[in-house]
Design a protein around this ligand. Sequence first.
Ligand SMILES: [Zn+2]
Length: 344
Amino acid sequence: MDTERLIRDIVANVISKIEAGVSGNPNASSSGQVMSGKKTGAQEGSSQKKIVCGVSVRHVHLCREHVDVLFGKAYEMQVLKELYQPGTYAYKETVTVVGPRLNAIQNVRVLGPLRDRTQVELAKTDCIILGIDAPVRPSGQLSGTASAVIIGPRGAVYLKDGIIRANRHMHLCTKDAEYFGIKDNDAVDVRVAGPKGLTFNNVQVRISPDYKSEMHVDTDDGNAADIVNGTFVEIVDASCVSPISLQMADGANTPPQIPDSSFTGEITDPNILKSMNNIALDPAGKSAGLPERQSANVQKKTIITTGDLDDYKDNGIEVSENVILSPLARDEALKRGIKISYKE
Ligand SMILES: [Zn+2]
């Protein structure tokens, strides 16, 4: 970023902060700033609902079990820095995320603390690179979400689901929520100013006394509106949805299709399946160049793809912690009437 722009951004932010400081204080009107015959800043500002925005770069939340596989049994994650939301931090550790196109995104930051379930949060652009059709979801709502492989220095994990694009959301501390008149789980519209200014819809509000008030967008949304960490945004009522244009309403005018035929949930490349076996699953750990003492806890896993289904047609497939059934193979097995049972 060039210096001039940096200074401009800082000045803009300071001015916004000063303005927010006036409007953000419910008692400001009693502080003697009344000018005769004119609205005070506080009164004018009371309809303004400004908060800061943060941009979430793609990241991973890991469960304990997956830390053991990716980094080694009982590995202790190292804190790199605390994040703005209290109780959350970035770890020093990163992982590589691989999708069915065999493209990999490296250095994906792991965020703490550890969670009950592993969750990968990507932007749409990341998904296109990886060939993953990840749905937009609130954090934690993972059923039926997309698959990927996560690779760490000590092993790899095939995630059947857990890959999402995080929904636009904002964290509000209880006081601000009350002041703004917004309830938990409300969906609001948020306006961003500037040459790339736009209004974001469907921003989910999450309220807690422990939060710092902050909106979170992914890098695609952030870049679209030139948002940087600390940019001020404004909660507005944008419920002025215009009707569909006459031209579009005419069935003869077919709008352009978004090419999404490249999205597929299947990892079929024999090399990556083999190297997954080598990295995570080779009990000796030698082919991945791992020290033998660290490989003792790595378990042998079986990956079943469509090509393997004949082996299971009589006895059926038992999916367990150590047996991974690819999504395509699962569909094909159901089609062929091969029994699938799940062992917890
Ligand atoms: Zn958030």
